[in-house]
Design a protein. Structure first.
Length: 92
Protein backbone atom coordinates (compact mmCIF):
# COMPACT_ATOMS: atom_id res chain seq x y z
CA UNK A 1 0.00 0.00 0.00
CA UNK A 2 1.16 3.53 -0.72
CA UNK A 3 1.13 6.31 1.85
CA UNK A 4 1.47 10.05 1.16
CA UNK A 5 3.26 11.98 3.88
CA UNK A 6 3.54 15.74 4.25
CA UNK A 7 5.83 17.19 6.89
CA UNK A 8 6.06 20.89 7.63
CA UNK A 9 9.12 22.31 9.36
CA UNK A 10 8.97 24.33 12.54
CA UNK A 11 9.37 28.07 11.90
CA UNK A 12 12.98 29.23 11.46
CA UNK A 13 14.30 25.65 11.43
CA UNK A 14 16.38 25.77 8.25
CA UNK A 15 19.57 25.34 10.30
CA UNK A 16 18.16 22.11 11.81
CA UNK A 17 17.21 20.85 8.33
CA UNK A 18 20.62 21.61 6.86
CA UNK A 19 22.53 20.15 9.82
CA UNK A 20 20.69 16.84 9.44
CA UNK A 21 20.26 16.71 5.67
CA UNK A 22 23.13 14.34 4.87
CA UNK A 23 22.01 11.86 7.54
CA UNK A 24 18.40 12.15 6.36
CA UNK A 25 19.33 11.48 2.72
CA UNK A 26 21.51 8.49 3.67
CA UNK A 27 18.63 7.08 5.75
CA UNK A 28 16.09 7.75 3.00
CA UNK A 29 18.12 5.74 0.48
CA UNK A 30 17.55 2.65 2.64
CA UNK A 31 13.77 3.05 2.82
CA UNK A 32 10.86 2.06 0.51
CA UNK A 33 10.35 5.60 -0.76
CA UNK A 34 8.61 5.84 -4.13
CA UNK A 35 8.83 9.63 -4.33
CA UNK A 36 10.30 12.24 -2.06
CA UNK A 37 11.71 15.72 -1.78
CA UNK A 38 11.50 19.05 -0.03
CA UNK A 39 8.45 21.26 -0.09
CA UNK A 40 9.36 24.82 -1.04
CA UNK A 41 8.10 28.25 -0.07
CA UNK A 42 6.01 30.24 -2.54
CA UNK A 43 9.15 31.82 -4.01
CA UNK A 44 10.45 28.32 -4.84
CA UNK A 45 13.68 28.95 -2.92
CA UNK A 46 13.34 28.00 0.75
CA UNK A 47 12.76 24.45 2.01
CA UNK A 48 9.75 24.42 4.34
CA UNK A 49 8.96 20.72 4.68
CA UNK A 50 9.01 17.34 3.00
CA UNK A 51 6.75 15.29 0.76
CA UNK A 52 7.11 11.51 0.65
CA UNK A 53 5.27 8.61 -0.90
CA UNK A 54 6.19 5.39 0.88
CA UNK A 55 5.21 1.85 -0.03
CA UNK A 56 4.58 -0.16 3.12
CA UNK A 57 2.45 -3.01 4.38
CA UNK A 58 0.64 -0.88 6.96
CA UNK A 59 0.53 2.44 8.81
CA UNK A 60 2.56 1.08 11.72
CA UNK A 61 5.47 0.43 9.36
CA UNK A 62 5.24 3.97 8.00
CA UNK A 63 5.15 5.41 11.52
CA UNK A 64 8.28 3.42 12.43
CA UNK A 65 10.12 4.68 9.34
CA UNK A 66 9.14 8.27 10.07
CA UNK A 67 10.19 8.02 13.73
CA UNK A 68 13.64 6.71 12.73
CA UNK A 69 14.28 9.54 10.23
CA UNK A 70 17.09 11.87 11.37
CA UNK A 71 14.88 14.89 10.66
CA UNK A 72 12.25 13.60 13.10
CA UNK A 73 14.90 12.71 15.69
CA UNK A 74 16.23 16.28 15.43
CA UNK A 75 12.76 17.72 16.07
CA UNK A 76 12.54 19.45 12.69
CA UNK A 77 8.86 18.99 12.01
CA UNK A 78 5.98 21.12 13.28
CA UNK A 79 3.43 18.73 11.79
CA UNK A 80 3.30 15.40 9.97
CA UNK A 81 0.27 14.03 8.10
CA UNK A 82 0.06 10.46 6.77
CA UNK A 83 -2.66 9.28 4.41
CA UNK A 84 -3.18 6.12 2.37
CA UNK A 85 -2.63 7.00 -1.28
CA UNK A 86 -3.87 5.51 -4.56
CA UNK A 87 -1.56 5.98 -7.54
CA UNK A 88 -3.69 6.89 -10.57
CA UNK A 89 -1.58 9.24 -12.73
CA UNK A 90 0.54 8.72 -14.61
CA UNK A 91 -0.76 5.28 -15.32
CA UNK A 92 1.65 2.57 -14.27
Amino acid sequence: MLFAITCFDKPNALDVRLANRDAHLAFAKTQPITLGGPLLSDDGQSMIGSLLVIEAEDRATVDAILAADPYAKAGLFQSVAVHPFKHVLPQA
